[in-house]
Design a protein around this ligand. Structure first.
Ligand code: INI
Length: 157
């Protein structure tokens, strides 16, 4: 029989950092609420959640890397909103955030979750931050729990 590994959704005992960009806080605040609500719903204790604010999405990777290097977190969730209509350097900010967040996970082995909205306008962003298209922060929190538990399962054989 082949062996199958997957992460379950038991958040009890998991220590999670949520890094959140202050830029476009109208969007990122509901992403944060969605993430924390979902972590709690799956059993992550408030005492095991650290919330870390950074100026913008560009700064998410460096904060995530430092958090991962402490060894104190089972997963790191990065939340931000990059809106094309409001920036000339959309591609650079969004690209750096995506590459950097991915790199932190690969380099450290700590699941580092991409919860950054990249949209054409504010309306689309709000729709995906608790509006009619769900809440990306909540999805990111579920991914954080599942991937942290998967990594535990891999490392315990
Ligand atoms: N930061 C964002 O999180 N979203 C944006 O849409 C954005 N725009 O529009 O430029 C943005 N810029 C700030 C950037 O993330 C850095 O904080 C800044 O460049 C300082 O390094």
């Amino acid at each position: 029989m082949p062996k199958e590994l997957s992460g379950d959704m038991n958040g009890q005992g998991l220590r999670v950092a949520v890094v959140v960009a202050r830029f476009n806080e109208l969007v990122t605040r509901p992403l944060l609420d969605g993430a924390v609500g979902t972590l709690s719903r799956y059993g992550v204790s408030d005492n095991d959640i650290s919330i870390v604010w950074v100026p913008g999405a560009f700064e998410l990777p460096v904060a995530a890397k430092n958090l991962a290097d402490t060894g104190r977190y089972d997963s790191i969730i990065c939340l931000g909103a990059v809106i094309r209509g409001e920036t000339g350097h959309y591609d650079m900010v969004a690209g750096h955030a995506a590459r950097g967040i991915g790199q932190v996970g690969v380099d450290t082995g700590v699941p580092t979750i991409f919860g950054v909205l990249t949209t054409e306008n504010m309306e689309q962003a709000l729709n995906r931050a608790g509006g009619k298209s769900g809440n990306l922060g909540s999805n990111a929190a579920a991914a954080a729990i599942e991937t942290a538990r998967l990594v535990q399962a891999i490392n315990t054989g």
